[in-house]
Write a protein that binds this ligand. Structure first.
Ligand code: 9MR
Ligand code: ZN
Length: 512
């Protein structure tokens, strides 16, 4: 396929772009379902060389009518796409339902079809290196594996709450689950991961990854790994943030989270950095870090907003002043983007500084975008689709702050990329679009032979970090390093914290 479109379509008002590769012709035709040409647009002569192709962006925003269309240039025809007021309603519901499918410690009921299963991982967890057993059931399985990790959990929670904050109306239509109750499922588990003294255990998982079995079939002992200052900082931030969202519906739960955040903070201020590394005998996800300063700062900002105490504000002000505020990464490792996004709620000058930070970061990102509209060209990391969704969130917020169209368009382009405007012509959300990803590294999908819908693939990742990637992708340019194969965990795993920023981006864009 040489004409890449958003396979789920566009709204009538949206900027509509497609990316074409090669010299297909000088004009692009938009054809309706009857095969009639409804619009012709010239194709620019200049090409951008990227990922071994010569590509050109075509803008067919002049198409305002609703219906099903294809793009044609020379001999080549794109996949069909719709123009409608609600092209993303279904996929958004599926992206949210993903969290329900990932549930641990509770039944996934018969509505999930072949993926239904009884409560899993319900045994007590043994605190690493001790004979102490604690109750840590619940939460979401992190990804294609069944580990549950605090650091990425906090990112997922924050993104989903931001989605709710940005556009609750978009999230009203639900299928298997709805947003705030689903997030609470994770929060209740996180609360169980806090130690008496306020510190937070890094993760709950078996010693190693299991085979491609259903979750309730994994019967090994659950081990609760040691505490870390990154997990404790993220926990404090996530709890303080979440507390505000449940204040109206359940003040007691909100208070419980606030107190948990305060206790985590009180422990944290006395603690030297404890950066996590898998202890001996444990080989599940590490979520290690080089610094815990950003997690501490994010916690201070959320606590300052929720509690208003001077001590949090002082810490936040000092920390924010020290940042080089030109980029705003949204974790899991570097949480400074949440400092910027959330810090906008602080009063006075601090709030202004954070708003400027978001806009400056978005401007810097815009300077780097390629023909596909994304900021990464040479190096696409493991889970690049998370970075793309994260970037979309920052672009969206910059648009809200400035009203500048270029930011809105940039946010939409991140979405177009994920849904089909990419060099491998995939809709990266499982079971959606004309050419969907269908074979993720995801145990329930592999065990049943049926792909769970609504999973965002990690996407293209250079570096050849698994055997399947090495077999299929040797020599491929970065943007094409993707293989829809369940063995390629470095290009085609799925994760709660990859779905979550896409939920936020999509909710935002749907309200734009
Ligand atoms: O998302 C993580 C990615 O940024 C890292 O490069 C990679 C290797 O350390 O790990 C990813 O996280 C995985 C985690 O360790 C275990 N669950 C599945 C995650 C996604 O592949
Ligand atoms: Zn489980």
């Amino acid at each position: 396929m040489n004409i890449q479109v958003n396979q789920l379509g566009y709204t009538p008002e949206m900027t509509k772009t497609a990316v074409m590769r090669g010299n297909l012709g000088q004009e692009l035709q938009v054809l309706n379902a009857a095969g009639e040409t409804v619009l012709t647009v010239p194709v620019a002569a200049e090409r951008e060389k990227i990922w071994d192709d010569d590509v050109v962006v075509v803008d067919f925003s002049a198409l305002r009518e609703k219906g099903v269309f294809t793009l044609r240039c020379g001999e080549e025809t794109s996949y069909p796409f719709v123009v409608s007021e609600t092209p993303y309603e279904q996929v958004l519901m599926a992206l949210v339902d993903m969290f329900y499918y990932q549930r641990c410690g509770g039944e996934v009921d018969e509505r999930a079809g072949v993926h239904a299963h009884p409560a899993c991982h319900t045994g007590l967890g043994r605190v690493y290196g001790t004979e102490e057993y604690i109750e840590v059931s619940g939460g979401w399985h992190d990804a294609g594996d069944y580990g549950r990790y605090i650091v990425p959990a906090a990112k997922s929670v924050a993104d989903l709450l931001l989605a709710w904050q940005w556009n609750p109306a978009a999230l009203e239509k639900t299928n298997l689950t709805s947003l705030l109750p689903e997030v609470r499922w994770e929060l209740e588990w996180m609360l169980k991961m806090q130690r008496q003294d306020g510190a937070v255990y890094h993760k709950a998982s078996c010693a190693r990854f299991c085979g491609m079995i259903m979750p309730h079939e994994e019967q090994e002992e659950i081990i609760v790994s040691p505490v870390s200052t990154t997990a404790t900082g993220d926990f404090a931030a996530g709890m303080a943030m979440a507390s505000r969202f449940y204040q109206a519906s359940d003040p007691a739960f909100a208070e419980k989270m606030k107190q948990a955040a305060i206790r985590a903070w009180d422990w944290l201020v006395e603690a030297e950095p404890m950066l996590f590394r898998n202890p001996e005998g444990i080989s599940t996800g590490g979520y290690g870090d080089r610094s815990d300063e950003d997690e501490r700062l994010w916690a201070a900002v959320e606590l300052a907003i929720t509690c208003g105490d001077e001590k949090y504000l002082t810490y936040a002000a000092k920390g924010i002043a020290q940042q080089e505020r030109t980029w705003a990464p949204l974790g899991w490792g570097d949480m400074r983007g949440y400092v910027a996004l959330e810090g906008m709620q602080l009063d006075g000058e601090l709030g202004d500084i954070c708003r400027q930070w978001v806009v400056d970061a978005a401007r810097r990102m815009l300077e780097r975008v390629n023909a596909y509209g994304i900021t990464m060209t040479e190096r696409l990391p493991w889970g690049s689709n998370m970075n793309i969704s994260n970037d979309g969130m920052i672009f969206y917020q910059a648009w809200k702050l400035t009203g500048e169209e270029k930011f809105r368009q940039a946010a939409e382009k991140q979405l177009h990329y994920l849904l089909g405007v990419n060099p491998v012509s995939y809709c990266y959300v499982s079971c959606y679009g004309t050419n969907p990803m269908l074979h993720p590294h995801h145990r329930p999908s592999v065990a049943t032979g049926v792909c769970v819908p609504g999973l965002l693939s990690g996407g293209a990742a250079g570096g050849m970090m698994d055997a399947v990637a090495r077999e299929h992708l040797q020599g491929a340019p970065a943007g094409k390093c993707f293989v829809d194969h369940h063995g390629s965990y470095s290009t085609n795993e799925i994760c709660v914290y990859w779905n979550s920023p896409m939920v936020a981006l999509l909710s935002g864009v749907m309200g734009a």
